[in-house]
Design a protein around this ligand. Structure first.
Ligand code: DHB
Length: 390
């Protein structure tokens, strides 16, 4: 069989791309090795930039993001004994939207199904071939065990950091930029009411904690832990005590309840350049990973595919592949801004294992200058709510 664009990865990046190009009459096939259920049940971040919200609404994916999401006009930065509000609306006239990535995925999968998009979940043996030829090939076995070969005009790798596409670019044709961090996040879901109206990014002597939310009755929280932390060692009581100690240092009290999910999230920064190899284009986590602080990962993936959809339409319309270089040129500027933002939020708020008292006080000095400065706070507000479209 054939299609115009073969898309590896049916997460938000792959599905949004498929949706956007379908609006211009370009058909695609999307495959993912995970089942729809697996993707729906993997907890991810929960904050959308205002342009991500706009993209979902204006392209007809979902108005549920407005109905079921929560507008947050700011965040709390808590350190050295007190909380300080960063007022996004006053500083940059924008807000962030609390809406879980799993719901973004459900909305996109529903939209593709409603529009008759070809999306295959639960496939196996995915591989991509002939990347620099005239007709690249997408090969996979579907959920019923039937093998498929799909010839395409373009292939898109939206298959995340552990997918096959990134590595199918020959080593001599790519550069990889990588950074590790000596900590991770312990993430929980708890059946409790919100502890505060907005998110709290909490610096403390015992390490970082983030008090986020999901609904009126379900909350999402994270605390800095070792990369090899074992969730089995953490009873509900021990988790609440650790979280409460960290935020209590800055004057907050958490509302507690049964913990329904416990997972450890790795931290790393990664970029692969270029984002194009022949007729293969990389998007989202297949091309780059950010540490979770600041919730840039999903937003960056959506920004990638918004640019990619425009460039795919242009290149296929004019049958000129050279035009595709514009994708990486446009996307990488935002990628590196987001890399810096995520690195900066991370290193400003987390405690290094070997941190000296000087290191902790210096971080408090950085946070104090940030909240005391309109320029500093505005920089944070711009990055958090999302830089303008490039
Ligand atoms: C969430 C995750 C983040 O990394 C962040 O910066 C804010 C919120 C969340 O899952 O709610």
């Amino acid at each position: 069989t054939r299609t115009r664009v073969g898309i590896v990865g049916g997460g938000p990046a792959g599905l949004m791309l498929s949706h956007l190009i379908a609006l211009s009459g370009i058909e695609s096939v999307v495959v993912d090795v995970r089942t729809r259920r697996e993707i729906e049940q993997t907890h991810r971040a929960g904050i959308l930039e205002q342009d991500s919200v706009r993209m979902l609404v204006e392209t007809g994916v979902s108005d549920r993001v407005l109905r079921d999401g929560y507008r947050h006009g700011g965040i709390e930065l808590a350190f050295a004994g007190a909380g300080h509000r960063i007022d996004f609306e006053a500083l940059v006239g924008a807000a962030a939207q609390l809406y879980p990535q799993t719901d973004v995925f459900v909305d996109l999968a529903d939209a593709r199904e409603r529009d008759g998009g070809d999306v295959r979940f639960g496939v196996t043996d995915v591989s991509v071939h002939d990347l620099t030829g005239e007709e690249p090939l997408l090969r996979f076995t579907d959920a019923d065990g039937v093998g498929h070969e799909v010839r395409c005009e373009l292939l898109v790798g939206a298959d995340g950091s552990r997918g096959v596409c990134r590595g199918s670019v020959p080593a001599g044709e790519r550069r990889q930029f990588f950074r590790e961090y000596p900590y991770a996040w312990f993430g929980i879901l708890a059946e409790a009411p919100p502890s505060a109206p907005e998110l709290i990014y909490n610096h403390s002597d015992r390490g970082f904690a983030l008090i986020s939310q999901r609904t009126e009755t379900l909350q999402r929280m994270y605390f800095q832990c070792d990369a090899d932390e074992d969730v089995e060692q953490w009873s509900d009581d021990r988790i609440w005590e650790e979280l409460q100690t960290r935020v209590g240092a800055n004057g907050y009290t958490l509302r507690q309840g049964p913990i329904t999910s416990k997972t450890v999230l790795p931290f790393r920064s990664f970029v692969q350049e270029p984002m194009r190899h022949g007729r293969l284009l990389l998007a989202g986590d297949a091309a780059h990973t950010v540490p979770p602080t600041g919730a840039k990962g999903l937003n960056l993936a959506l920004a990638d595919v918004r640019v990619l959809a425009e460039e795919v339409e242009r290149a296929l319309g004019k049958q000129d592949l050279g035009l595709l270089d514009a994708y990486g040129e446009r996307a990488l500027e935002r990628v590196w801004k987001a890399q810096h933002f995520s690195y900066w939020m991370t290193t400003m708020l987390h405690r290094l294992p070997e941190a000296s008292d000087f290191d902790v006080r210096r971080q408090e000095g950085e946070l104090t200058s940030l909240v005391a400065s309109t320029a500093g706070s505005t920089y944070l507000a711009e990055g958090y709510t999302g830089w303008p479209r490039g």
